[in-house]
Design a protein around this ligand. Structure first.
Ligand SMILES: *[C@@H]1O[C@H](CO)[C@@H](O)[C@H](O)[C@H]1NC(C)=O
Ligand SMILES: *[C@@H]1O[C@H](CO)[C@@H](O)[C@H](O)[C@H]1NC(C)=O
Ligand SMILES: *[C@@H]1O[C@H](CO)[C@@H](O)[C@H](O)[C@H]1NC(C)=O
Ligand SMILES: *[C@@H]1O[C@H](CO)[C@@H](O)[C@H](O)[C@H]1NC(C)=O
Ligand SMILES: *[C@@H]1O[C@H](CO)[C@@H](O)[C@H](O)[C@H]1NC(C)=O
Ligand SMILES: *[C@@H]1O[C@H](CO)[C@@H](O)[C@H](O)[C@H]1NC(C)=O
Ligand SMILES: *[C@@H]1O[C@H](CO)[C@@H](O)[C@H](O)[C@H]1NC(C)=O
Ligand SMILES: *[C@@H]1O[C@H](CO)[C@@H](O)[C@H](O)[C@H]1NC(C)=O
Length: 390
């Protein structure tokens, strides 16, 4: 009893003396670059000073150095160095709205909102109404932060307290600001999604999925499209659009940990059945989520193992190792990956929606996009900004 009273007294004594966020950062030699970056965006720094109950993910100096080292040379960056909004946006992505201490991290990732809101109007944007998300998880026992393109940063010093119930975790990488769906899905390691990207291109839906607010999209893998290739060989553009819009929800950014057994209305208008198996695996109709929680500039993508069929709304999905085909009777056509045969052969998009209802896939815009985004844009912007400051 005596001990716990003494401890409580001690703890409250520490809280009362916690330094301001600015003073805390200034007191940590390995956060001097962060201090400089915040100094370059006084509006954001002032906002942060007035907030309580927030969590700062503080990249160390070596995290910023690593980012600068991987950025392209300044001549090739081609960004507007006076776009302080972009620097502010990147820093705001490192501020969580709420207190998240190390004991809140668990093996199941939790996604939480940052202060990077759609109101940031620079070249780096989000269209997640409640603030762009980061994931908090334990990886091999280490507290880890998940950001765009499945990149992760490790917490290397945790639970440092500043005044106003501000919690600071030092992290070893700068978070990757999520980019739009088409860019992100072309950059996910180890998963080929060119069929889905080609199909979206053929249906003229790329701009929509890249920009619509608060998107949750289920993206079939190339294997999923390949297995059902005959169903799409001669599909009309209307059919293709109907199928693809059955894979997306707007108005809710749904991470795997938020999913319960429920139905949700898709952009198509038909309902999708979501369910969670005993082992936590998420199913969408009869498709299994094989790679969840890819954060996008405007929401989240989950990769699934089967193309969903809007004509085949599933009432009671049966989780199984081998998915029930959503397009009964559909088969592979040799080794053809649908919608991809023109990928990489033409840098310009020449197909239009009406010109591609047959088995000829539209030449895709993606090869050009991939070239344009060489080198992380987020990294480039802050890298350039910091290079100017340092
Ligand atoms: C750079 O950004 C600033 C502020 O956002 C803007 O005023 C200026 O016009 C931009 N310059 C160019 C060349 O885009
Ligand atoms: C933080 O979250 C609270 C709800 O928990 C909300 O009222 C507030 O607007 C949020 N602040 C920002 C800056 O997003
Ligand atoms: C602080 O944030 C946490 C996590 O978001 C929330 O549960 C709690 O209610 C907040 N407390 C206050 C006083 O706002
Ligand atoms: C956890 O962190 C330790 C120390 O930083 C590191 O050696 C180890 O590789 C990390 N484990 C994982 C799974 O990342
Ligand atoms: C998606 O991002 C790429 C790369 O930054 C960009 O070229 C493209 O215009 C973006 N698309 C939309 C609809 O914003
Ligand atoms: C954000 O979403 C809204 C509604 O879907 C859309 O009208 C707007 O163009 C989007 N903004 C950006 C920057 O993509
Ligand atoms: C697609 O249409 C062509 C021409 O009518 C036909 O030869 C082919 O068998 C059709 N393919 C499939 C998979 O139905
Ligand atoms: C959710 O649905 C799955 C598949 O139908 C079932 O196995 C599971 O028991 C359900 N969970 C709950 C909590 O009802």
């Amino acid at each position: 009893m005596r001990t716990s009273i003494a401890l409580a007294f001690c703890v409250s004594g520490v809280l009362a003396q916690a330094p301001s966020l600015t003073d805390l950062i200034a007191s940590q030699p390995d956060l001097s670059t962060l201090g400089t970056a915040l100094g370059s965006v006084p509006d954001l720094a002032e906002t942060l000073a007035g907030l309580s109950n927030i969590t700062i993910l503080a990249p160390t100096n070596s995290a910023f150095e690593a980012l600068l080292a991987q950025a392209d040379t300044p001549e090739s960056i081609g960004v507007n160095s006076s776009d302080v909004q972009a620097i502010a946006a990147i820093l705001a992505y490192h501020v969580l709205n709420g207190t998240y201490v190390s004991s809140d991290f668990s093996e199941t990732p939790t996604f939480v909102s940052s202060l990077f809101l759609p109101s940031f109007d620079g070249s780096i944007r989000t269209n997640v109404t409640d603030g762009q998300n980061v994931g908090l998880t334990l990886d091999g026992g280490n507290a880890t932060i998940l950001s765009g393109e499945l990149k992760s940063a490790n917490v290397i010093e945790e639970d440092i307290l500043a005044a106003n119930s501000v919690t600071v975790h030092k992290i070893d990488s700068v978070l990757t600001v999520p980019r739009n769906a088409s860019t992100t899905l072309s950059k996910i390691p180890d998963v080929e999604l060119t069929a889905a990207l080609g199909a979206l291109t053929a249906a003229n839906l790329v701009d929509t999925i890249d920009s619509v607010a608060d998107l949750t999209i289920f993206v079939p893998s190339n294997a999923a499209f390949t297995t059902a290739a005959s169903a799409f060989a001669n599909a009309s553009i209307e059919t293709l659009t109907s199928v693809l819009t059955y894979h997306a929800i707007t108005g809710a950014v749904v991470f795997s940990s938020d999913i319960t057994n429920t139905t949700v209305k898709t952009i198509n208008g038909n309902d999708l059945t979501l369910s969670v198996g005993a082992d936590g695996t998420v199913y969408v109709d009869n498709a299994k989520v094989i790679l969840p929680n890819i954060v996008l500039s405007n929401g989240v993508a989950h990769i699934i193992d089967t193309v969903l069929n809007p004509e085949d709304e599933v009432e009671n999905p049966t989780p199984a190792a081998t998915p029930t085909p959503a397009f009964p009777g559909a088969t592979a056509i040799g080794t053809d990956v649908p919608f991809t045969s023109a990928l990489g052969t033409s840098p310009t998009r020449t197909g239009t929606a009406s010109s591609v209802p047959t088995s000829t896939p539209s030449p895709s815009e993606f090869p050009g996009t991939a070239a344009q985004v060489k080198g992380a844009l987020g990294g480039a912007v802050i890298g350039f900004g910091l290079a100017m400051m340092l």
